[in-house]
Design a binder for this molecule. Structure first.
Ligand SMILES: [Ca+2]
Length: 117
């Protein structure tokens, strides 16, 4: 299990107790990046493997968390298409590594939109 996953479960503080670990405040960017991991975990732990998204979990994440960034978030064929594109190894699950392809796509589009305003 990654530190971030444990962190999202609130276990890091517990594990770090007694160890000599310098505690530094997270920067804004680090905080935002960890936020992406936390959101992923919020959905990935629901069913099946705790660290991958099933199609249903991906759909829940997209519908709840990206309704403005993505079109047709409630349209099943569109979700199917996104899932197939993200599931690079075709194992029927979207890992965090596969998920960040979507994050990167959304970020890129949002950045372009800012410059068009
Ligand atoms: Ca996969």
């Amino acid at each position: 299990m990654s530190i971030s996953f444990l962190h999202s479960l609130g276990l890091v503080e517990f594990l770090l107790m007694g160890s000599e670990c310098e505690v530094r405040e997270m920067t804004k960017l680090e905080d935002h990046l960890e936020g992406i991991i936390n959101i992923f975990h919020q959905y990935s732990i629901r069913v099946g493997h705790y660290d991958t998204l099933s199609k249903r979990e991906l759909m829940q994440l997209i519908t709840k968390e990206l309704p403005n960034a993505l079109k047709n978030t409630k349209d099943q064929p569109s979700i199917d298409k996104v899932f197939q594109e993200l599931d690079a190894d075709k194992d029927g699950q979207v890992t965090f590594e596969e998920f960040i392809v979507l994050v990167s796509r959304v970020l890129k589009t949002a950045h372009e939109a800012i410059h068009q305003e």
